[in-house]
Design a protein around this ligand. Structure first.
Ligand code: GLN
Length: 548
């Protein structure tokens, strides 16, 4: 850890979902705009060791980093807003912290001492924070949960000690609260903020800056009142006003003087912020003049957060075309025949089947693929979406009745997608082995893998380079025993692992745009740098809508 590394801790009060993740990401963007190198870490108080096994219905998307860590979806915001490279040390949970302490205790590392929350757990937390403090000027640490949660206490105690350890000029606490407008009273209410700050102070943390989430700019007298009751300077009370588009947040914070406050309190000098790229992005977002409608045919359609990165990547994909992307989430279980396909998909400009697990709703997804293939609607299948596209092609084009993925039907006569029992993993340079029972736990292909593209395919044309790297999270693979037969019928294998063994991208001939990929391209899309496949897909959808 560099001696001069500075730390920012963001906590949240009053209630959850105020946008602490976004706020932390936006702070990162602002500091980068001043030439500082930042990284962002999330500390999650829940007991799960990582979010990999958590239900997307409850917890939203599992975000995957290049090194294959399954993380909280807030890390997606951090990567979309900053250049920070995140990995295994960027997300810690109570489970992961305790796991490490208990392993040390079992190994005898504590020499028989009594293991306690303070200092053992808190030290472990502080060590985890220090671990990411290399080669950066500022570490931003977001504490998950809301002040007052029992689970948060060890984390809060650890960050309280952190300021004592590092010195006050090296640590800033930023607290995000809510200042609701009560229409019947015609007033903005500061009491929830006062209570939340009091709670924080009772455990020894005095916030330096308050980010007040509200639907309108806070008038001076409200800021003064909050400052007085919460023991902060009035200039450190920042309006975190609701925005139409999340990418406006850095600019709103900047106009409120947030980055000035941070660098003053951390006692650092930087160049003045260069926010032209963010301003240009917002100008573009505000002047989108065309529109396409994309159907997302999936399972986790009730909770939008389940497809967080996907939604963002589709939005990014529209930007180079000046195109607004309207999303329609369709529960695949509702697609019971081709007639429902026509009703639900007849008006859309593109169909996307996202990643997923388990057999529920699979037949509906296969019907949606068939509709897109036959009606020549642009189609994009991601991971599970590529699996169902392969099954559909095998069944309805090649005529392999009952073709399926071994994930959904272990006894299928034609497992066109299956659990590959052995292959040479070029990334780790090891032979990977699986058996029929390894369908849970550590058997996934996770993280960044290289892929080589075939010339003159949709993929090669979109990427403009033959060598790419994309992030994976799946167990099942394309079955090479069916490769020739499917290719002979018109399937194009446009991307494979460099040694050719693993099929990574498939397309079909004689269709305007039909592509399935084994990886998750959505994790690498950025607003300033939309992912090539999403850009190409939206381009094709736009072409389709114009020709309708
Ligand atoms: N369930 C499939 C597998 O495990 C696909 C996973 C995904 O879509 N991420 O291979």
């Amino acid at each position: 850890m560099g001696d001069s590394t500075k730390f920012i801790f963001t906590t949240g009060g009053v209630l959850s979902s105020l946008g602490k993740g976004l706020a932390s990401a936006a702070i990162g963007a602002l500091l980068e705009s001043r030439g500082l190198r930042v990284t962002i870490q999330k500390l999650d108080p829940y007991i799960n060791v990582d979010p990999g096994t958590m239900n997307p219905f409850q917890h939203g998307e599992v975000y995957v980093t290049d090194d294959g860590t399954e993380t909280d979806l807030d890390l997606g915001h951090y990567e979309r807003f900053t250049h920070a490279s995140l990995g295994k040390d960027s997300n810690f949970t109570t489970g992961k912290i305790y796991y490490s302490v208990i392993s040390k205790e079992r190994r005898g590392d504590y020499l028989g001492g009594t293991i306690q929350v303070i200092p053992h757990i808190t030290n472990e937390i502080k060590d985890s924070i220090r671990r990411v403090a290399t080669d950066v000027d500022v570490v931003i640490v977001e504490i998950g949960g809301t002040i007052g949660d029992i689970e948060s206490l060890p984390f809060l105690e650890a960050i309280r000690q952190f300021k004592v350890d590092q010195g006050p000029e090296n640590v800033v606490y930023i607290h995000l609260t809510l200042v609701p407008y009560i229409p019947t009273a015609g007033e903005l209410k500061t009491k929830p903020t006062q209570h939340s700050v009091k709670e924080l102070q009772s455990i020894g943390i005095v916030p330096d800056i308050l980010l007040c989430r509200t639907d309108r700019f806070l008038p001076d007298e409200i800021k003064k009142k909050i400052a007085l009751f919460c023991n902060v300077g009035v200039e450190a009370v920042i309006t975190a006003k609701d925005v139409d588009n999340i990418y406006e947040v850095p600019l709103v914070f900047h106009r409120e003087g947030l980055d000035d406050q941070i660098i003053k309190k951390l006692n650092i000098w930087t160049r003045s912020p260069r926010l032209d790229a963010w301003e240009a992005l917002i100008d573009r977002i505000n002047s989108l003049d065309t529109k396409v409608t994309i159907a997302i045919v999936g399972k986790y359609v009730q909770l939008i957060e389940s497809y967080k990165s996907l939604n963002e990547a589709l939005f990014h994909g529209g930007l180079p075309h000046n195109c607004k992307v309207n999303l329609e989430f369709i529960d695949s279980e509702e697609i019971v025949d081709q007639k429902t396909c026509r009703n639900l998909l007849g008006h859309v400009d593109g169909v996307l089947v996202p990643g997923g697990f388990g057999s529920r709703g699979i037949e509906g997804k296969i019907r949606a693929v068939r509709f897109a293939r036959e009606q020549r609607v642009p189609f994009f299948g991601i991971c599970l979406g590529m699996h169902v596209a392969t099954i559909e092609f095998a069944r309805n084009v090649v005529g392999l009745k009952d073709a399926n993925s071994a994930e959904f039907d272990k006894k299928t006569p034609h497992p066109v997608i299956y659990l590959m029992l052995e292959w040479y993993d070029e990334q780790t340079r090891t032979v990977q082995k699986r058996d029929a029972d390894s369908d849970k736990g550590a058997s996934m292909r996770l993280g960044a893998y290289s892929c080589t593209l075939k010339e003159e395919t949709l993929a090669a044309c979109a990427y403009g380079t033959p060598d790419i790297s994309e992030r994976h999270r799946h167990r099942y693979e394309f079955n090479n025993d069916y490769r020739q037969q499917l290719e002979d019928a018109g399937l194009i294998i446009s991307g494979t692992s460099p040694n050719g063994e693993l099929v990574e991208i498939t397309e079909i001939a004689d269709h305007p745009w039909f592509l399935g990929c084994q990886f998750h391209p959505e994790f690498k899309s950025r607003p300033m740098d939309p992912h090539p496949l999403f850009k190409a897909f939206i381009g094709a959808a736009l072409g389709f809508s114009r020709n309708k």
